[in-house]
Design a binder for this molecule. Structure first.
Ligand code: PLP
Length: 356
């Protein structure tokens, strides 16, 4: 029996994407070789790269003033690559601190300029998305994290920024319609909502290339990768291929609009049960709740391990909260079906009838 997969990342992928990945490992495009044993410069792989870039542009509705890159080093490497490439020595960048990942990005920016934290929800244990702040017009860019994977909060509005906007979309990429033109740089580790671990998507407005003007190692300069179409060195061919399959699947399912409908329904179903059930409570302010990572706790701390045990028995996996916050986290990425959310809801109802 297939398990109900609520892992936060690496995470669930559509079953037809997995089937396509298996096929490509066995025999890629029917050419008698595995995807893993052909040159990244072969025609077949160049076609994968071109289609992947095209799909990203379509899903974000962006044109040729943007470059689409498939890099390595995880979203965590973007925490330093962004200030390295965009921020001049002694220059300011504005950051909004909404959780662990934003904190990591702020820390790295200190190595290359002055990150100014213009708003933070830290004093509230990151239970909301900050609203009232002003964005300094003399900062090089504004950095936000669209979805806070660990604390379970999400932007449901975008800041009205007078300066270039940079967004870490690692955990809600392509989960809803987003007009990419509002952003100057978007990045996301693939392993939450796009593909396997090992590739990081970066979408950058070409006008920002070499903005910082500092001398950089070739591998850490976005321009190198833009000039070489993400093929300066050997790209992570397999994660890119699987990401392409996921984007094909999103498109076939009706695009990001259809994803949003699916995700809205799943999140509404689960939050309704959390609010109704006398054993559990949500941790995030209701208007800022994430539709990707639903974080909740047991009202009675003794119930925590009991409920996780019940989940395991019912084949619902990946529900333990992040080690830094405890409780529970149900990740409802694009590929997760409503049937899995319904299974979790039934389990919560059963738990309440036995333990309340
Ligand atoms: C997981 C995650 C990261 C870190 O990604 P890595 O690819 O492991 O470096 C960064 N930001 C967000 C929002 C995440 O969810």
């Amino acid at each position: 029996m297939k398990k109900h997969n609520f892992y936060a990342g690496p995470a669930i992928l559509p079953s037809e994407v997995l089937e396509g990945a298996i096929e490509a490992i066995k025999d890629f495009n029917g050419n008698g070789l595995s995807l893993l044993e052909i040159s990244h410069r072969s025609k077949d792989f160049e076609a994968v790269m071109a289609e992947s870039e095209q799909l990203v542009k379509e899903l974000f509705g962006i044109g040729d003033e943007y470059a689409v890159l498939f890099l390595t080093g995880g979203a965590s490497s973007q925490f330093y690559m962004i200030p390295m490439n965009l921020l001049k020595d002694g220059e300011k960048a504005a950051y909004i601190n909404t959780g662990v990942w934003a904190t990591g990005a702020i820390k790295e920016a200190k190595n290359f300029g002055i990150p100014e934290v213009i708003a933070s929800s830290e004093e509230d244990q990151f239970r909301h998305i900050p609203r009232n702040y002003s964005i300094p017009a003399d900062a090089a860019y504004l950095h936000i994290t669209s979805n806070n994977t660990i604390y379970g909060s999400q932007y449901h509005f975008w800041p009205n920024s007078p300066i270039p906007m940079v967004c870490d979309m690692s955990s809600d990429l392509f989960s809803r319609p987003v007009d990419g033109n509002q952003f100057d740089l978007i990045y996301a580790g693939a392993q939450k909502n796009l593909g396997p671990a090992g590739v990081t998507l970066v979408v950058i407005k070409k006008s920002l290339l070499q903005r910082a003007g500092r001398k950089l190692p070739a591998m850490l300069d976005y321009k190198t990768h833009v000039d070489k179409g993400s093929m300066y060195n050997t790209p992570p061919v397999f994660p890119i291929y699987v990401s392409m399959l996921t984007m094909r699947w999103i498109k076939k399912m009706g695009g990001t609009k259809a994803m949003a409908q699916r995700n809205d329904e799943k999140a509404a179903t689960l939050y309704a049960e959390i609010d109704r059930n006398s054993c559990f409570t949500g941790t995030v302010r209701s208007e800022d709740r994430s539709k990707m990572n639903v974080v909740f706790v047991a009202k009675n701390p003794a119930h925590e391990s009991l409920f996780l045990e019940a989940c395991k028995k019912a084949q619902c996996v990946g529900l333990a909260g992040h080690r830094s916050v405890g409780g529970f986290r149900a990740s409802l990425y694009n590929a997760l079906g409503l049937d899995s959310v319904n299974a979790l809801v039934s389990l919560m109802q059963e738990f309440e009838s036995q333990n309340a």
